[in-house]
Design a protein around this ligand. Structure first.
Ligand code: CTP
Length: 453
């Protein structure tokens, strides 16, 4: 339905008083200038979804849309409103994006507002004066703004300015879809225009426990079959913005607790093709990802590695070696991620070939200490059990073994400090690793023999 449905206001009392105060201040500032102000997007959706639950809703992202005309051609009403608010809230940082359309106010660990990000956009794209009191003009302009959005449940607006402050604007049946628990797109071309919306749809579906509405699923499949991934996966310098958005979506998905179900749904829809046309979540990749989780729990309990990034690296590593570096570059992964993926095939051949031959722990250590933890994990995931155990053993045991003597001890034994120390300590370590040196006496005997004074 494209009709404007008016509903009773959602329980804005669920917001913290400080946030509610901020919205009230913003709405008064807008009203004073003869503008309309709306709360839109995720916050409205989450407020409505939270009606059945108790407690205060923690909202960290707020999207506001101002519908108003600003007399200066190079300042949008949104920017003007953001500036006015920043004067009243000096703790906020002001960011202005694009030529003049959107602004953001950011609070970081504020005593009242905690960490909060408020985006303020301007609804009107045509900048001419119009009678603000004319309800038809007003309705068409906020409606247009909402129509550009992804899903019906994200296209609800809550009017903050009078008259009818608190009114919910639902042009596209978003409230019904919230009740029916479904993700429905606003128009047939949505995924063609922005393929990352496929990933967003999946994310919302899995996160909220919603279904993707059948027609919407058809549109997704149609977009994929018509090759939207040519624009994302294959390319090309023309779509860096799209690639960045895809990476952002992948990050959101892969760092969420529900990442496995989301990946499965993406695969069911054929949407992994947006990363690369040959990418499939087959049983081998599923096995490797399960192994990766065990491995991250064991080797990285402090979370020094970036876990979502490791998951993405493992996924890309599942592609044929020739595709890996390109996909990683397209997605603009960090330099070291790109390097891991580019070097994986060569490193894997070298490591597996050597580990199969080696008899001594010292050989294993000398080889593996040249590699990052990340690349060792990626290789272990892809290797047979025998190799994997050797890598695990290196990471958990061998890497912690120290030579029995240190540089100070060498000095006490009367060796003159010199670059040779490194070689001596290395030899001591090798002897220790291989079980030839088990105590201080054996260490000293070893030195006396190998490095006579
Ligand atoms: N949006 C869109 N298409 C995109 C990205 C965003 O239409 N590719 C719109 C959606 O309507 C969304 C709004 O922009 O509600 C704000 O985007 P974002 O903050 O990413 O989404 P939220 O809905 O707030 O989701 P979340 O709860 O995950 O922050």
């Amino acid at each position: 339905s494209t009709e404007l449905n008016r509903h009773s206001p959602p329980q804005t009392s669920r917001l913290t008083p400080q946030l509610w105060q901020l919205l009230t201040t913003a709405s008064q500032a807008a009203e004073k200038r003869g503008w309309h102000l709306y709360l839109v997007g995720g916050a409205v959706r989450d407020l409505l979804l939270a009606e059945a639950t108790a407690g205060t809703l923690m909202i960290t992202d707020i999207d506001l849309v101002v519908d108003g005309f600003h007399k200066s051609a190079d300042v949008g009403a949104g920017v003007e409103l953001a500036k006015a608010l920043q004067e009243m809230y000096p703790a906020a940082r002001l960011e202005i994006h694009g030529a003049f359309q959107t602004a953001a106010l950011l609070w970081h660990k504020d005593p009242d507002l905690d960490s909060l990000w408020v985006d303020i956009a301007t609804a009107r794209t045509e900048f001419y004066p119009y009678p603000a009191a004319n309800p038809e003009v007003e309705a068409s302009s906020i409606r247009q703004d909402l129509y550009r959005r992804d899903f019906t449940i994200n296209a609800l607006a809550l009017r903050l300015t009078p008259p009818r402050a608190g009114e919910l604007l639902d042009f596209f049946g978003g409230l019904l879809d919230l009740k029916a628990k479904q993700i429905r797109v606003l128009h047939a071309n949505s995924f063609i225009e922005d393929p990352t919306r496929i990933y967003r749809g999946v994310r919302f579906a899995v996160r909220l426990g919603f279904a993707i509405e059948p027609r919407t699923e058809e549109y997704i499949r149609y977009a994929i079959n018509s090759g939207v991934y040519d624009r994302t996966a294959q390319t090309n310098t023309k779509t860096p913005a799209l690639q960045t958005r895809l990476k952002t979506e992948l990050k959101h998905i892969l760092e969420a607790p529900y990442w496995r179900s989301a990946l499965q749904l993406l695969d069911d829809l054929g949407a992994l093709q947006c990363i690369h046309p040959t990418l499939k979540l087959d049983s081998e990749l599923t096995r490797q990802l399960r192994l990766l989780e065990r491995c991250l729990r064991r080797f990285d309990p402090q979370q020094n590695l970036i876990h979502w990034q490791m998951r993405l690296e493992a996924i890309i590593a599942h592609l044929a070696p020739t595709h890996r570096g390109k996909v990683a570059k397209n997605l603009q992964l960090q330099e070291d991620s790109i390097k891991h993926l580019q070097n994986l095939a060569t490193a894997k051949t070298e490591i597996i070939g050597s580990l199969l031959k080696y008899q001594h722990h010292s050989q294993v250590v000398k080889l593996l200490r040249n590699y990052d933890l990340e690349i060792l994990i990626l290789i272990a995931l892809q290797s047979q059990q025998k190799i994997r155990r050797q890598i695990w053993n290196y990471l958990t045991v061998l890497t912690n073994i120290q030579p029995i003597l240190n540089g100070n001890d060498l000095k006490k034994l009367g060796y003159k400090p010199s670059p040779q120390y490194k070689q001596m300590l290395d030899d001591l370590l090798a002897g220790t690793l291989d079980g030839d040196i088990t105590n201080q006496r054996e260490a000293e005997e070893f030195l006396a023999k190998q490095y006579p004074k």
